[in-house]
Design a protein around this ligand. Structure first.
Ligand SMILES: [Zn+2]
Length: 344
């Protein structure tokens, strides 16, 4: 939470801070994710890119609606992160600490939520993350919304589901050592999921062809966290190995970000690490795009392939937009526990 303290300090007074919150929630939300907080994420850029590219993999019968609303699905790819520290029950949807359950976690853990609650208990499950189960819940909700042809819910749930699926592809989202804090590698999470894509993703080949139907969403969700977990060792080991070989004074550099001088992994260190990972970030990002589109498509098929062309003229109204803005504002307010009536 120290980073949040610095964030607040960045504003010259509490009053200025509150005024800025009121005026520009979007900018604040963008700023807030660039700070190191518990269980950080794929960067905002990657989440948006994944949702956007997934739309292009859909069949024409879905694109007629999804493509028209592609900006909403792109922009709202990051909503679950914006609300994760403000909405009870949100944070645990983004990860699963598999190692908490021992070496046989993937064999022991029940595939379905109800059985998992029965055998392990809901509090314990939520404490260690629930992403593979929440993907199934999200897919069920999206299928229902598609059956009901509820345009607002379809778009919101698709954007959210894209986010959780992408998170499940991040190796460090499957371990309690999520930021290298147990192995003296603090910062590695943001390094892998933000710094590397920012520097190198322009060269990634993320095109993967059209969406395919997935018979068993639960199995796909669990295969995803299994593959992420299998990739985790190299994420940590390569960084440790490179750090040992690399001149200590060249590992980090300083960059101006949002007018704050920020310590970051140097270009030289990042390039070397990226080479050692041998396209790992690209593979996980590409797999995210594939699964997001596959699951959206699967939900549509399971909903009976509703005719989405009847909603092709749907767009969010001004009051929808205002409601969304005030919701985002409330997340930010809760995050900083601001009392609007108070003043310095
Ligand atoms: Zn997330």
């Amino acid at each position: 939470m120290a980073s949040l303290f610095h964030f607040k300090k960045y504003f010259c007074s509490k009053k200025a801070f509150q005024r800025t919150v009121g005026l520009n929630v979007t900018v604040l939300a963008l700023l807030f994710v660039s700070f190191n907080v518990a269980h950080p994420e794929w960067g905002f850029w990657a989440h948006k890119r994944i949702n956007r590219l997934a739309v292009f993999r859909l069949p024409p019968e879905m694109q007629v609606f999804y493509k028209r609303n592609i900006d909403f699905i792109t922009e709202n790819a990051v909503n679950p992160d914006r609300r994760r520290y403000a909405v009870v029950g949100e944070a645990e949807r983004h990860f699963i600490d598999l190692d908490v359950y021992g070496d046989s976690a993937l064999h022991i853990l029940p595939r379905f939520w109800n059985e998992a609650v029965r055998r392990i208990g809901e509090d314990s499950l939520r404490k260690h993350g629930i992403v593979p189960w929440h993907i199934q819940i999200g897919a069920f909700q999206l299928t229902q919304a598609l059956k009901e042809k509820d345009a607002r819910r379809i778009l919101r749930l698709s954007a959210d589901l894209g986010h959780y699926i992408a998170d499940a592809h991040v190796p460090l989202h499957t371990t309690r050592n999520y930021n290298g804090q147990l192995t003296k590698q603090e910062g590695i999470h943001g390094f892998w999921e933000s710094r590397l894509p920012e520097l190198f993703a322009q060269d990634y080949d993320l095109w993967i062809g059209k969406a395919v139907y997935r018979e068993n969403v639960a199995a796909v969700a669990w295969e995803t966290v299994r593959d992420s977990h299998a990739a985790m060792d190299s994420v940590l080991l390569f960084e440790k190995k490179l750090t040992a070989e690399f001149p200590a004074n060249k590992k980090y550099s300083y960059e101006l970000r949002n007018n704050v001088l920020t310590r970051t992994y140097s270009l030289e260190f990042s390039t070397k690490y990226h080479q050692m990972l041998d396209h790992q970030v690209e593979r996980r990002m590409k797999a995210s795009v594939k699964m997001v589109a596959d699951i959206w498509f699967t939900c549509w098929v399971n909903a009976g392939q509703p005719d989405l062309s009847t909603m092709k003229d749907f767009s969010f109204t001004e009051s929808d937009r205002k409601a969304e803005q005030s919701e985002s504002q409330s997340w930010i307010r809760k995050l900083f526990q601001i009392r609007p009536e108070s003043d310095d």
